[in-house]
Design a protein around this ligand. Structure first.
Ligand code: IDP
Ligand code: MG
Length: 139
């Protein structure tokens, strides 16, 4: 609780549809500010490493293929209770189960292509931010 940081990705389906501004705008409206941000086309090794926890899941290959299809936007977000707040704004993994007005309800087209990633704990947020952003590049 208190001011904390979380890690966010606007996934390829969001970037392809020019939703970057709308999504970042929503985070800012909700009190989450980007303290690091970069657009990047992930390599297979970067996507596999990032999602290593899911490597035994049946959808792993599909997930890595999707995440490397085209560029993503990587962000560290800072704000009050940022980890849980971001998960609330994103909504459920499956957009058909996501609450009204969540990013996934508004924009996602399937459980796989679900537009945004957000850390699930403060501990994982720190790991995920460090995976993509050297400390000197986080404001
Ligand atoms: P989360 O992104 O809501 O935390 P996780 O269970 O951690 O959801 O899954 C990571 C990502 O893997 C999801 O966001 C989605 O892109 C993908 N994924 C999860 N479950 C499935 C599935 O059943 N089929 C295809 N892709 C999936
Ligand atoms: Mg997750």
């Amino acid at each position: 609780m208190g001011i904390e940081r979380t890690f966010s990705i606007i996934k390829p389906d969001g970037v392809e549809r020019n939703l970057v501004g709308k999504i970042i705008g929503r985070f800012e409206e909700e009190g989450l500010r980007p303290v690091a941000i970069r657009r990047q086309h992930l390599s297979q090794a970067e996507a596999e490493g990032f999602y290593a926890v899911h490597s035994e899941r049946p959808f792993f290959g599909e997930l890595v293929e999707f995440m490397t299809r085209s560029p993503v936007v990587l962000m560290a977000l800072e704000g009050e209770n940022a980890v849980a707040r971001n998960r609330e704004i994103m909504g459920a993994t499956n957009p058909s189960e996501a609450a009204d007005n969540t990013l996934r309800k508004l924009y996602a087209e399937s459980i796989g292509e679900n537009t945004v990633h957000g850390s699930d704990s403060a501990e994982n947020a720190a790991i995920e931010i460090a995976y993509f952003f050297p400390a000197s590049t986080v404001g």
